[in-house]
Design a protein around this ligand. Sequence first.
Ligand code: DX5
Ligand code: ZN
Length: 236
Amino acid sequence: MNELTSRSPKLLPMSAPMIAPSILSADFACLGDEVAVVGGEEGADWVHVDVMDNHFVPNLTLGLPVVQSLLGHTDIPLDCHLMIDDPARWAPPYAEAGAYNVTFHAEATDDPLAVAKDIHAAGGKAGLAIKPGTAFDPYIEILKSFDTLLIMSVEPGFGGQSFIADVLEKARAARRLVDSGELRLVIEIDGGINADTIEQAAEAGVDCFVAGSAVYNADDPADAVRRLRALAAARQ
Ligand code: DX5
Ligand code: ZN
């Protein structure tokens, strides 16, 4: 165990599938209530917070002040997905603020290991996100220093897009490495996850499923979380 991992106990993939509702599809005027709606028993495992800077992606959402406020309103671990340039500068403060998992994009930095180290030093778990067109294999070695692999199944930037099934090959490859003990991380998928797509992602070995529109556009978001988890659990 190296210095980095000894300071940062790894997340073990849980036996039950994890559901992480994305508040990108929630009502931004009352985010505290929107997060509370998916909480409780059998509720969300993580709340997924999409941070966009209008540079790395062509959309602008929210940033650190909103995350700080949310942390005061919920006990559900926040899973911050930073779709931003310069994660070396901006990612560690999310961990310092108390975000549970801080994920940044492999495409946004030349030194992902240094960013992971700074997130760990700030007390957070570190995640590496890869866009649909980004290969998984070149990152296998450095992923030994990460707690989460976020496989994007849409182009980052907007909710409500269609699932890109081709990325499941990356989930299968990651699952094999986790099962063999070579990697020890949570395999997360993000984009287009709903009742029609979650089963194939579960079969591919995904541990944690982000769902934005499928949860927050549902009549009963808490029930949508339970239904998605049950669908995934039946295929894992
Ligand atoms: C897209 C975001 C996703 C998005 C998912 O850039 O990273 O988290 O909110 O939304 P749905 O589930 O609607 O595809
Ligand atoms: Zn996301």
